[in-house]
Design a protein around this ligand. Sequence first.
Ligand SMILES: *Cc1c(COP(=O)(O)O)cnc(C)c1O
Length: 423
Amino acid sequence: MSNYKLGLNYAKQQDQLDELSLYRAQFHIPKDPDGNELIYLCGNSLGLQPKSTKSYIDQELEDWANLGVEGHTEAKKPWLPYHEFLTEATAKLVGAKPIEVVTMNSLTANLHFMMASFYQPTKERYKILIESDAFPSDKYAVESQLRHHGFDDKEGLILWKPRKDEELLRYDDLESILKKHGNEIALIMIGGVNYYTGQFFDFKRITDLGHNYGCKVGFDCAHGAGNVNLDLHNSGADFAVWCTYKYMNSGPGSLSGCFVHERHAYNQNLNRFTGWWSHNKATRFNMRREFDVIPGAEGWQLSNPPILSMAAIRASLDMFNEVGLEKLIEKSKNLTGYLEFLLKQLGEDTIRIITPENPDERGCQLSIQVLKADKSLHHKLTVAGVISDWREPDVIRCAPVPLYNSFEDVYNMIDKLKAILNE
Ligand SMILES: *Cc1c(COP(=O)(O)O)cnc(C)c1O
């Protein structure tokens, strides 16, 4: 897709040709105090609110008001099996089988619960490999797991690092690490789409490599779910976790998704933390029975879940289901390619794009290094009505989200950036 053109008219034309352009109207777009729509390019951090979310939540408030505890069985969407209403659409979105996914807890909590099962260190094999620029919460989580099992959190952590003067990670380097340390590594835990660079990793390649050396492999897909084709089942990964408040548009702090590969679905011997929601549904309320774990990912649930948060996830999943991941990704590549095209017009001595150039190795986010810039640039962009995300020392992260961003958004963002740079 290299026939992009300059000019606002081209952007408007592309929006007219865009099959998904109608979805923008189904979201609340944040506005400035004068009522003008902001250019919101921060869906990688917090996705916008679908207008339908309110009615999904209102339904549950109404059922709670009218039914009280009876809502567990009598609500329009009964609360006892409520998480099951999310299963099919979630599985589809992340490329999994229904038995492999569940929505529960928050993201970092799920990461720990997965490590309780899939990080089983021994004296010889106890190290954890992560990418050197992992999201801080993930790094803290794996370090605390090392300490929890009595290991040194520096010595036990192996970092997959970019080469000198590079940002992206190379698979050759991962292979070299595994050749050298493969039999000491218990777990490989990678951020599936790196939050900083936007690099989308080859899950199957990493998983095959890890499994060859006897390591367990898991992915944090916070920046992947609803953004790229994760194809989790076919990747063979042991587990994956993600949040629903970034690209999945389900509200601040909303629940997390969790994937456990089918090959572990019936393994009763896996160590895990359990609660009454991991117990066989048929006998859960007998209360005095021996623990009887549910097969599949549901067997990792602990508590009865927050229905209001799940209602927001249902609203969003219904929209994803209607659009379909294929169309979404097609537009995403087109829109992000357009952002890349316009950025390149600014010249190599002004900006450098850190994110991979290959559209199959990224989602919608581009991480843009603005040479000789500092945080005042980000402030000026914000004042000009562009909501983006700044990372020290000089990187702007922009995520044109295919469900609600337009070509015109991208055009206007670049127009404003250009004006600021020319000041
Ligand atoms: C957003 C994000 C988190 C945030 O974790 P919470 O437990 O939801 O606060 C963690 N890890 C990654 C990779 C993220 O992108």
